[in-house]
Design a protein around this ligand. Sequence first.
Ligand code: N01
Length: 868
Amino acid sequence: MAAQNGSGNGEHGARDLDVVVVGAGFSGLYLLHRLRGLGFSAKVLESADDVGGTWYWNRYPGARCDIESIDYSYSFDPELETEWHWSERYATQPEILRYLGHVADKHDLRRDIEFSTRVVSARWDDAASLWHVRTDRGGEIRCRFYVMATGCLSLPKTPDIEGADRFRGASYYTGRWPHEGVDFTGKRVGVIGTGSSAVQSIPIIAQQAAQLTVFQRTPNFSRPAHNGPVSPAKKARFDADPAAYREAARWSGAGVPLEIPLEGALQVSAEEREARYEAAYASGDLLAAGSTFADLLSNRAANETLCEFLRNKIRSIVRDPETAEALCPKDHPYGTKRPCIDTNYFETYNLPHVRLVDLRKDPITTITETGIDTAARSFEFDIIVFATGFDAMTGAIVAVDITGRGGQELADKWAHGPVTYLGLTTHGFPNFFMLTGPGSPSVLSNMAVSIEQHVDWVSDCIASMRDQDLTVIEPTATAEAAWVQHVNDYGDITLFPLANSWYMGANVPGKPRVFLPYIGGVDRYRKACDEVVEQDYLGFAFEGPGGPRCHDGVIRRLQPDVAILLETMATLDLPTMESMSPEEARAFSVAMSAERPPGPDVGEIVDATLPGAAGELAYRLYRPASPGPHPIVAYFHGGGWVFGSVDSDDPFCRDLCVRSDAIVVSVDYRHAPEAPFPAAADDGFAAVRWIAANAEALGGEPGRLAVCGWSAGGNIAAVVCRLARDAGGPRIDGQVLVTPVTDCDLTRPSYVENADGYILTAPLMRWFWDHYADPAERTDPKASPLRAADLSRLPPALVVTCEFDPLRDEGTAYAEAMAAAGVEVRHRPCRGHIHTSLTAVDMILSGAPIREEMGGALRRFFGASVPA
Ligand code: N01
């Protein structure tokens, strides 16, 4: 598919190539190698005068990798694995640069790299299906494919401190360090910033400088790297089977083979927690601390235990208590800003000529001709070092003027944040790829592994297009929007959005606040990319001489935590409920319930009994911690009228109690088949009447009562509302129906679409109905409330339905029917959720905002004003 002439000079100084790659770092080098191997004509354009990318520019003192060099290296060339020997566990910048130079030489890459050449613009030509690429050296290259391999942290942030250009001494940016080095001997030095670059350089600058002043806006978590020779244990593991080691890295979460813990930090004793943190601290491994427990990046309280452990380490190292406290990070959870590993970073603050300026207390007002002024003081310096970071992930991409279809500028398209499909491509920009772009694991992973995966995907894609005589590829708007949603869904169930980090774009004034990388992990991301290809490049549109071709669609539709739960359950190979007897199913349900998190604490829990329609029923009362009396919610558990109990829905009831600030009375109604239809409905109504009559004795406010139920319990709650209306009482202020059963018709589209695979299956639902009611009884409105002739004058309702639930359409139909009958109804469809998502408290974190809406709805029913 060589674009017209193949490589070489064409007319008028223009050249035609298959692929132009921008950047000769880790990714550009490997991509060039792959493309050449596949027989494509390709050139790499590089603004530096040698290979290396970030390792070419970041030559500041102390620069080294913080992922062990064995991991932070290529895997594509098995020879390289044996011929290259890292001299240290964490190699220095010069050694990494030598490595990249060696790779370039070994594979003769330099002959296709144009150095000292900066790309200024790239324009898509729709008529010719080519990119026109212009550089600062003049001339133009036409190419079929245009790839930005510019790295995530390559464009230093422009100075956002007043007077930055006024300083008459020497100033340096860590990300653009002079090749000849800087001699700090005897100098008064100011360093601005305490990120990774500063943490690495400060101890070394302090060794030379006469005076060192560090200006800190946000303290950072850091631990000793314990650098030294390559760890013998790691090397032995690697050498035993390099290919297997690399494969394990490819299918790991962070791109480094690691044991994944299952417990949460609060599920073990304080001693056990401390011991595990000590081990992680001693390991010198950047990834060790954050992966000590499963929930450190999703549970604030769990994360805080690690934060405090690390703060205490800082306090134990830094002798001056005020400086120590200023160095302790307190404004962000561990891991939500990139943590560091260091060599003598905190120890450096014990040196007599080193001082820390806490900019939170005494901010910089301006840089002057002779130094830095803060609100309270004036500092004079010979040298200022800006360790102020990068316009990360998007900066280098939009720094080139990239124009896609219809003259659309990429910078305009991304004005509110980057929008990509798989972090590799973006709609409206055909034949354009980004390596480790926003929306891919990139900076949250071992970059070497992520880079190889992206390069392989892009090269394979281009080769497959050639094989199929396709000339243009572009992601569809649908696929892209859904991927962006998926990336955000993942970010939203973590603590990352809580920090003002460069991951969120928060370090660059005016940059949209968007979570830039993909937190789902290298393994899940790779699986998604592979599945896109297996599904005939799902979400991509192609053009070629044979005409257009597109298999449009969405690669990930489930909420991320729901998908993980389903993955985990699939590995357990559990029997289906409908293959069991009711007794077995009940025992199974009890066993499953024993494994879950307990839910939040409430003020008080009371177990007692109340009179049902035909005998005593157990109930459990949850009282809020706030002073009463409270309104009351009568709650009915799920379980298909066959199983379930006050225990089965205990975490959900606790959560409901906390969020609604109401008493929740969870009622154990009789179960089928022993007590078939209409026993459950009759018990439900009897219970509600009793609760209303005994509200005061229960500590509730008489006359303020709502009902809530999940699944079959939602069915009972709906039926009770109608029975109460027809009986003239008790008065019910509102109903919250969570994925309710409202009808016996099992043929609706949601039954067909979600027949299998989402825990509540169509066969299981049939099994429930078969136990509960004879076919002739099922259409009775007491079993199928949707069939009631009159749904008017029912209490206001919140009806919650889930996208991947057989009951979705009947829930929707019930909400619509009530609304049509004049009832005040809010229908809340839940994207990406399954029947059991919302009640899985502290397991499905993406359900929490919806449970908050349920609590809000109940409070509103009771007359409280709740912010929308
Ligand atoms: O940049 P940073 P970095 N006034 O953005 C401060 C990778 N890396 O170059 O946090 C005052 O982390 C800013 O303060 P705040 C690694 O992924 C890896 O150090 O915004 N201060 C912060 O303290 C890393 O995360 C290695 O409040 C200002 C610092 O400057 C990423 O690159 C080594 C300021 C910037 O920290 C970036 O690291 C180096 C202002 N106006 C880097 N503006 C390895 O070990 C900014 N700051 C592999």
